[in-house]
Design a protein around this ligand. Structure first.
Ligand code: ADP
Length: 504
């Protein structure tokens, strides 16, 4: 593989490796940040649960202390309890039992109370009556706090109370957890996941962690939520998408840049090669007529040619070859003028027929010598056309030169001048080797030669047709080619018949 192909491949490969590494490190970062976020969330939820439990315990301690004071007051009767309840909103229902488990309070009760009243005394172990501790009982899905108190007379009574869930949620949980701080928020949910308390609507929010509220609130849990679209996983996903898009774009730019550079380099190399071919071809083209002139000149100089007719023939060869030499040099000089933007044209009304015939005259000898059949058709009704006579003659000569050069066995050249749809058409047709269709557009480019034309065994500089195109376009016209490989070619120069003056 060539070095020029290895370098872009290495760049693309390096970019691909970078992309993979970048992607992997992003994934790693995503996993780590998610873990960290979960840890932090768990800590936040645990702290919130701790706070709720602490406040709840404090409130319950307070209620028990006040109950103890009320029961221990001399002359206490259960009739005093409604007044106590009015001042303790957290207490849902309150029951008072004597040592034998008989209900002392309330005097009237519902079916729901009946179930609790039947269950509570039996759930209290004997030993519990001896100490002034506290005990939590689960009765009918509710948590009941039981404690043994002493009356002023020293008789033990069992007080048991449930909590009012609404007061619990409103006065304890809401106040303790407070409004949301930051993006995530803490809510308390029941066993079915329904919110008991939440500072925000839970719909759409992502639940990150759940922690229990302990024995104090066994059926409720603290949960930490992240509003929709704000979780670190989604942020990371967005980051990854952004990174992938940015990297994809970068990769595209790199590949696009490489492709453009490659095309530029290839074009430059092509031009450099064409230029070196051009120099070699021009030198060779100049050499042929020069050596002929020299050979015939030397022969004449030595006085070896005695026959007058032959001498005349030699003079003619020398004249034709020097004309050919002039044409070649003119081509190169004009081409360099065109390339440098210095070629000017002097377009004046010009008679077409003399222009064509004078140009053909220069080829008389070579056509005859090589056995070409020449057909010339000039529309007799042609008026003068606005042309730069010298430039058009040069373009026509280039076409005739090519027709001769690129002919094989069928040697024929047909030159035609006619008016067509307000234009002058000058065409040169041959029955030579023809031009493949794909090459037909390119032959007018400077230095371009079909298959570099060496394969066709004909020398040339590759600037003839570029010059032809420039001349005809400077007149506001165009050049067309119809050709078929093996059958021949027809080049036509189309000139507008309106008057114009132009420069290159
Ligand atoms: P060159 O000096 O090579 O003839 P031109 O610019 O005159 O340069 O022509 C460009 C190429 O077009 C030639 O190399 C040849 O391959 C092709 N070409 C031009 N004229 C003819 C023709 N009459 N028949 C076949 N091929 C032609």
């Amino acid at each position: 593989m060539r070095l020029s192909a290895v370098a872009p491949l290495a760049i693309v490969l390096a970019a691909a490796v970078l992309a993979v590494l970048g992607y992997l490190s992003l994934r790693q970062w995503q996993a780590t940040s998610e873990l960290l976020f979960r840890q932090q969330s768990r800590e936040m939820a645990t702290m919130a649960a701790e706070k709720v439990r602490m406040v709840l315990n404090q409130m319950e301690d307070e209620i028990v202390a006040r109950l103890r004071a009320a029961v221990g007051r001399p002359g206490f009767t259960p009739d005093a309890l409604p007044a106590f309840l009015a001042d303790a909103p957290l207490v849902g229902r309150l029951y008072l039992f004597d040592r034998r488990g008989h209900l002392l309070f309330p005097a009237a009760f519902t079916d729901r109370d009946a179930a609790a009243i039947a269950a509570i005394p039996g759930a209290i172990p004997e030993s519990f009556w001896e100490r002034e501790g506290r005990m939590r009982l689960g009765v009918g899905g509710e948590t009941i706090l039981a404690t043994v108190l002493k009356t002023a007379a020293g008789a033990p009574v069992l007080a048991a109370f449930s909590r009012d869930p609404e007061v619990l949620a409103r006065d304890i949980i809401a106040r303790t957890l407070g409004p949301r701080a930051g993006q995530s928020f803490v809510a308390v949910i029941d066993e079915q996941g329904r919110p008991v308390y939440s500072p925000e609507p839970l719909a759409g929010a992502e639940r990150v962690v759940i922690v229990s509220l302990g024995a104090e609130l066994p059926s409720w849990r603290v949960a930490l939520y992240q509003p929709a679209g704000l979780s670190p996983r989604e942020a990371a996903r967005r980051q990854i998408t952004l990174f992938t898009a940015a990297f994809g774009l970068l990769l595209l730019v790199i590949v696009g840049g490489l492709a453009a550079t490659w095309r530029l380099v290839r074009r430059e190399t092509q031009i450099a090669r064409l230029k070196s071919d051009f120099v070699a071809n021009v030198s060779h083209d100049l050499k042929t007529p020069l050596s002929l002139i020299r050979m015939f000149g030397e022969t004449l100089e030595m006085g070896r040619v005695t026959d007058d007719r032959q001498r005349q023939e030699y003079y003619r060869v020398i004249t034709r070859e020097s004309e050919r030499l002039s044409r070649l040099i003119d081509n190169v000089l004009d081409f360099s003028r065109i390339d440098g933007g210095r070629r000017t044209y002097d377009i004046v009304p010009t008679a077409v027929e003399p222009l064509v015939r004078d140009t053909l005259e220069a080829f008389d000898y070579v056509l005859r010598q090589r056995g070409f059949a020449l057909t010339v058709r000039i529309d007799p009704g042609l008026h003068d056309a606005p042309l730069d006579g010298g430039a058009v003659a040069q373009a026509l000569a280039n076409l005739i030169d090519n027709a001769i050069k690129y002919s094989a066995d069928r040697k024929s050249v047909a030159v035609e001048a006619r008016g067509e749809a307000g234009r002058l058409a000058l065409s040169v047709a041959d029955e030579g080797i023809g031009i493949p269709r794909v090459e037909q557009a390119r032959i007018f480019e400077k230095f371009y030669r079909v298959g570099r034309s060496d394969t066709q065994g004909r020398r040339g500089s590759g600037v003839g047709l570029a010059l032809v195109r420039h001349v005809v376009e400077a007149h506001g016209g165009r050049v067309t080619v119809e050709s078929e490989p093996g059958r021949g070619s027809r080049f036509t120069l189309w000139f507008p018949l309106g008057t114009r003056r132009a420069t290159a």
